[in-house]
Every structure is written in C-alpha cells, then in structure tokens.
Design a protein around this ligand. Structure first.
Ligand code: ZN
Length: 607
C-alpha cells in the first residue's frame, strides 16, 4: 500500500476498514463521487498535485498502485484496443496506452512497474454464476481436481497438498486432518475414466485421510486413514459403509446414503477457523485461474442430515467466513496477503415450499440488492425463487416469490436444466410481467441446454438474459448444449459462467475450450454447430458479463478503460494462438486486484 492511498483515504475522511465494514459508507461515498468520477479520473494528474487525491475521487478496495508495461493488454473496451502500458492508481485504471512516461506522470511517486515481456493480459474474468461460497465452506483441506487429466495428476496434486500439512493422527480426529475434493470434476476427465482407488490414494498420501466425492451426491472414495475415520463415525450419522477398495456409494439425490453420511460427518467437525481457511484457499485458486469476480448463486438449504449433498449449506451463515476474511484483509500487509484475493457478489437463493413464502418475504424485506463495497456486495434473487420441488415457473409458491421480487424491483435468476424448465419459467416471467413490469429488471434464466429460438425471443422481449454454463463438458449426451451460437446470434444478453463447484469446473479456460470446440472431457463432439469464437468467449467472460453483475459493478468491472477498477490477469499463453487442447491449461501468471498483486506463478490450489 503506497502513501498515495493513505493520503486519499484521509482526505475522504473514511478509513478503508470503515469502508470494508459498512457498506452504507461505501455506498454514500460512491454515490457522492459518481458525478465527479468521469471527469476527474480521466484528467491526467500532475506529479506535484498529490496524484491520488486529484485523480481517484472514488474510493475502492483494494486501492493499490502499479504500472504494467510491455504487455499485450486487451482492454475489452468493445473497440478491440490493445495497450502495452496500463497504470492503476488507488485501485482504478488511470492510464491505458503505449507510453510508460505518460503512465508515470499519473503518480506523485512512481509505483512498482512490472514488465510483462509481451505477455497477453485481460481484465480479471467475471464468473456470473457459480457456487464459490460452497467451495469456501468445504470440509477438509479442499483441493480442486478440475485440472487433473489422469490418476497420476490426482496423486501429484494430493501429494503436494499433504507435504504442506502436519501429520494426521491415526485414526483422524476431524475434517482438519483430511485432504478433500467435493464436486467440480468428473471421472471422464481422467484418462483412466474412473476414480482413484484406495491403494492409489494410499500410495500418494499415506499420512493423511482423503475424501474425493463426485458431483452432488457421489460416489466417493477414501484411503486407509479415511476409512478408519468414516467407519468409526458414531450414530446416527455413522458408521459410514466403505468398500475394501475405498469406495463410498452415492446417495440418491436429496435422500440419505453413504456419501451423504460421509460428507455430513466431515461437516460436523468443521470449525469457523477452518471455513475461513477454506475461503482463503478458494480465493487463491480462483485468482490463479484468473477469475477475480464471482457472483455466487447460493445453496440448497442444509437439513443437517445425510440427505444433504455437496450443494447444501446454511444460507444464513455460509457467508460469514467470507465476511470475516474480507474484514481481516485490512489488518495484514496487503503486499503479501492472499486475503481477499477476489471479489464476491451474493445472490440469495430463495427456497420456499409454502405458498405464503416466508423465506422470500423476509429476505426481500430485509436485504438490499447491490449493497456493500467493491470487494463484497449483494446481488439479488437467484438461482431459485422457490425450493427444488417448486422451482418450475407458474407454481403458486414460485409465482408468489417472483411477484414479491418484481414488486421490490429485484433482479431474479432461475435455472433451467430440462427441456421443460425454461418453458415454465419464461411463461412464469410473462405472467409476472402482466401484473408487475419486469422489463427493466434483467431477469435471467441460467444454463438453458435445451432452449429454443421462440422462447429466446419471448425472454428477450421481457428484457431478460441467459447465463450459460459448461457442465455438459462432463456429460456425453449429444447435442449437449447450450446452443451458444444461436443465443449469441439472437442478440439476447448472454453471460458466460461456470456453475462450479458441484457439477462443473470453475476454471474459465475449460469453459472456453468447451464453448469454442463443442468437445466434452472425453474429446467427443457433443454440441455440433454451436461454437463461439475465442474473441466472443473472452468478451462474454469480461465486458458482457457486466450486464449480469448489474448495479455499480457494470460501470466498474469487466474492462480496463480509464476510470474502471484495475483487475488484471496476465495469461500463461496467448489465448488467441494456443492450440485447442492447450486452451484448457491456460491460467494466470500474475493477477492484479485493484492494483494489488494477489497471485503470481502457476495454478495455486491453496493459499
Ligand atoms: Zn448454479
């Protein structure tokens, strides 16, 4: 943190800690500054005038100063501009062009200048539909496996993780002793097309218990130490039946079963500190694959029984470890900290089963859309308006919640998985619109693997958008969808997102691979004729996704134009030139969040 930032904060009369703690202060400051920001930020500050105060009238966090030079920096401004020099002051872009000298003129004291050696850089990617909060709350030392292509890769990632941890007691005492992967990968991504075995996991990780669980409800696998833990779980949760090969059978969806028992047993030993550690690990991973902003879409409400799967959590407490990490970031040396390495946006998943909609009513009456600060801010309703048994549009519970959201002026997002979901939902949107106009509210239907042009036209007429996710990459159905080409050509707002971390990878470069090739994890063509260009994918993961964030973010994130927030990702290769198979392996070699370096090097699986 430079002295310039300090000066600005003193001038603004509000400490960064206060900004982080109270969204109201940020909101007021942002509103007050908004009128000035356009002109003030664009005006080059002189070296003598106290650059930060003169230029960066809108406070943001982080508020770092840095110059990136000798890069191929794609501003994603809609005009195809590529700059070689980018200056970020007080967290905001103050110069984008080709003159290092002009960039330095933006500062009273020149900040760190990083030579990109010609590497390609892009705005920090926006993932406008994922379950990042679930990832941060996973039990155990959670490591994503979405970048593993073989059992040997799994073993290498797990062995590397084990090397950082103290030895486990035998038998293990809690989730803290475990290395885990819960969701976000599929067996078909491994060349062996199966999960690892107990023997293979023992060979890689002899001194720590392991729990690897597929999708929402398994199946799962453990090693010898993990087996010892699970077989000793006390009733009523345990004992968990574990096969001699370490296999733990899948649970039926939303019903009790062995994988549900195992996940619940681990969750019962989770502490708040462990959840905070999980948040920091998740953030470090996200920053390393280049996703700097996450719009979280909630969880199935936990029942605290073995019927809970990987997508269940407590919607009333699961954000607290994130808020704690965002708060703590202020107390640390921000040059070194991985704290708050990414931005979080929070949608509220509404889960009423009762048509009197107590959950939706309470949330809508007591929460505010787009409230918070640039690091963590609320969104609105999504990805359900009613629970999994009432999520089809037109259902009385769904309709009541949708009408309540419309009356409050809330944005809403729903998910469509089947050939029927989008039809009932878009018809439901139309029925709401007949009573309360929603055409200005940007209501969104997510996933839409089967959506048809007639329904796209109806949704477009409602001012809506579609949010496309790549979970078909893990499937084999043909055509798998979503119909990317038809949707982009239709002119409806299209967002690209991951729907990580249960049924899909968060890694946006895997999505880029799927969207541009139509090839699934087995290498089979499952989406013929529906491909996007790489340029379209990049545009939709940055600039175009601003529409889906909405609120203040739309004017601050997704591009690197002057006045925008300086979130930058320097890529490990040339996105436009690497062969298709290498697209999946792109990652960030340098991630800058608001002018602060939060990641450098290779893919990082923990903080
Ligand atoms: Zn989702």
């Amino acid at each position: 943190m430079g002295s310039n930032g300090q000066t600005r904060r003193e001038r603004a009369g509000v400490s960064r800690r206060a900004v982080l703690k109270t969204g109201a202060v940020t909101g007021a400051a942002a509103a007050g500054a908004a009128a000035m920001a356009g002109t003030a930020a664009a005006a080059p500050a002189t070296a003598a005038s106290g650059a930060s105060g003169a230029g960066g009238s809108r406070p943001t966090a982080p508020d770092g100063d840095v110059i990136l030079r000798n890069g191929a920096i794609h501003l994603m401004d809609g005009a195809g501009t590529v700059a070689s020099v980018l200056a970020i002051r007080g967290g905001l872009v103050v110069y984008a062009g080709d003159s290092f000298g002009a960039a330095k003129q933006q500062f009273a004291t020149a900040p760190q200048a990083i030579d990109l050696h010609g590497q390609m850089a892009v705005p920090g990617l926006i993932d406008c539909h994922n379950h990042f909060v679930l990832m941060g709350n996973r039990p155990g030392h959670h490591v994503p496996l979405e970048n593993a292509y073989s059992i040997a890769d799994v073993q290498a990632i797990y062995a590397a993780r084990a090397a950082t941890l103290p030895p486990s007691p035998n038998p293990p005492a809690s989730a803290d002793d475990f290395i885990t992967t819960i969701g976000g990968f599929a067996a078909i991504q491994f060349k062996e097309v199966r999960l690892p075995t107990l023997a293979e996991l023992d060979a890689a990780v002899p001194g720590h218990p392991v729990y690897i669980s597929l999708g929402f409800t398994g199946p799962s696998v453990t090693n010898t130490l993990g087996k010892a833990f699970f077989e000793n779980v006390a009733p009523p949760t345990g004992p968990v039946p574990v096969g001699a090969d370490g296999s733990i059978a899948a649970s039926p969806f939303l019903a009790s079963g062995p994988t549900g028992q195992a996940t619940l047993a681990l969750r019962h030993t989770l502490t708040f500190d462990a959840r905070k550690r999980g948040v920091r690990d998740a953030m470090a991973y996200a920053a390393s694959v280049g996703v700097t902003t996450h719009l979280d879409q909630g969880a199935f409400q936990a029942t605290d029984t073995p019927a809970d799967g990987s997508a269940h959590e407590d919607n009333y407490t699961m954000h607290l470890p994130f808020l704690a990490v965002y708060g703590e970031g202020e107390q640390r040396d921000v040059e070194q900290a991985v704290e708050a390495a990414v931005r979080l946006r929070i949608n509220w998943l509404l889960f009423d089963s009762d048509p009197s909609i107590p959950v939706a009513t309470a949330r809508i009456q007591n929460a505010f859309p787009f409230f918070g600060n640039d690091l963590v801010r609320t969104g609105a309703a999504g990805e359900f308006l009613a629970d999994i048994f009432h999520y089809a549009g037109g259902n009385a519970t769904w309709m009541n919640a949708a009408l309540e959201a419309a009356r409050a002026g809330w944005r809403a997002e729903v998910h469509s998985l089947t050939p029927a979901d989008f039809q009932t939902e878009i018809a439901g949107f139309e029925a709401v619109n007949a009573q309360v106009p929603i055409t200005g509210l940007r209501w969104v239907v997510a996933h839409v693997p089967f959506i048809t042009p007639d329904y796209v036209a109806r949704l477009k007429a409602l001012g809506g958008g579609v949010n496309l996710t790549p979970y078909e990459y893990f499937n084999t159905a043909n055509p798998g969808g979503p119909p990317y080409r038809m949707l982009v050509d239709s002119g409806i707002p299209v967002g690209l997102s991951s729907d990580g971390m249960q049924i899909a990878p968060m890694n946006p470069w895997i999505h880029a691979y799927y969207a541009t090739t139509g090839l699934n994890a087995l290498g089979s063509q499952i989406n013929p004729g529906q491909q996007l260009t790489r340029a379209e994918v990049l545009d939709h993961y940055t600039r175009a996704n601003g529409w889906f964030l909405g609120g203040q973010d739309e004017d601050l994130l997704g591009t690197l134009e002057v006045g925008r927030i300086g979130d930058v990702v320097v890529l490990s290769g040339d996105y436009f030139a690497v062969p298709d198979e290498d697209l999946k392996k792109l990652h960030s070699v340098l991630t800058v969040l608001g002018g602060r370096v939060v990641h450098s090097g290779g893919i990082r699986y923990w903080a």
